[in-house]
Write a protein that binds this ligand. Structure first.
Ligand SMILES: C[S@@+](CC[C@H](N)C(=O)[O-])C[C@H]1O[C@@H](n2cnc3c(N)ncnc32)[C@H](O)[C@@H]1O
Length: 268
């Protein structure tokens, strides 16, 4: 899919606009994304963030064997295949059919198949209380206008006691340009400005949308949906880790956090 050149434009982006923009974007970007990041992500591996926090070590989901697990914004779903290899029963969904197609190819390569569904996190086609665990590794949540509604949707599909863990870009990154190195270390906008970052195509149609929430907003939305917040993890850049991911670099990571991981559960 050829999207053509895009450019930033200051404009609002409600959830239907964000959904169609991001579906186009990720369909268009799926091949390039996997060319650039596929080796780091693996076919059946579980990495939470560019700081290289792996579920193998972090164990943020707890015991997964036999659990019904929902992956939000799964991309090509390497995390769900890793979980399936440990006895979990994952279902993975994403708004982009282009990203899911990479999941089908990775399932063939790895020999591990998991159910893949095309859906928007704000309108999930799953029954109430049908999962024991839900998680997102940078999937869906940073891209939705109605992130409070997304929290309520996850709450609905989890059983009481079920855990919800998700990683997103750390809220404080919003104030800096999305650039590696020195230039990305000078604040250019307000932390408190919730206007979305939108790119439009040649015809002015939105082709990408990302939504900022402050740390307080994220916590308020989780708690407002009914979750109990158990932890907020701000991974430090590992001393010996030289890998980069766009604006996530050792230079920046050693000074301020790039990722926030929220660990929560639905009370009994
Ligand atoms: C940064 S990628 C992360 C994908 C995967 N978790 C990984 O680590 O490679 C973000 C993903 O969120 C998906 N996404 C964006 N908006 C979404 C929405 N409203 N509902 C579900 N998924 C969405 C995109 O299609 C994309 O696959």
């Amino acid at each position: 899919m050829n999207l053509g050149p895009t450019r930033p434009k200051v404009m609002p982006a409600d959830q239907p606009t964000s959904r169609s923009a991001n579906r186009r974007w990720w369909d268009h970007d799926a091949d390039a994304y996997h060319l650039e990041h596929g080796t780091f992500l693996g076919d059946a591996d579980f990495v939470w963030c560019p700081e290289n926090v792996r579920e193998q070590d972090a164990r943020l989901l707890g015991e997964v064997s036999g659990k019904r697990v929902l992956e939000v914004g799964c991309g090509s779903a390497p995390c769900s295949r890793w979980l399936a290899g440990r006895g979990a029963r994952p279902v993975a969904f994403d708004v982009s059919i282009g990203m899911l197609a990479h999941g089908t190819a990775a399932a063939r390569r790895s020999g591990i198949g998991v159910p893949l569904v095309q859906a928007d996190v704000c309108e999930m086609p799953f029954a109430a209380s049908s999962f024991d665990l839900a998680f997102a590794a940078f999937g869906g949540i940073p891209f939705v206008a109605d992130s409070a509604g997304a929290m309520r949707q996850v709450f609905r599909v989890l059983r009481p006691g079920g855990r919800w863990v998700f990683s997103v870009t750390h809220p404080m990154r919003w104030i800096f340009p999305d650039m590696p190195g020195e230039v990305g270390m000078t604040a250019i906008q307000s932390y408190f400005d919730r206007s979305p970052y939108v790119e439009v195509d040649e015809d002015g149609v939105p082709a990408y949308a990302e939504h900022h929430r402050t740390m307080g907003d994220r916590i308020r939305e989780l708690v407002g949906a009914g979750f109990v917040l158990d932890d907020v993890i701000e991974p430090e850049w590992p001393e010996d880790f030289t890998g980069t991911w766009g604006q996530w670099t050792p230079e920046r990571g050693q000074v301020f956090p790039g990722t926030a991981i929220f660990v929560s559960h639905k009370p009994f």
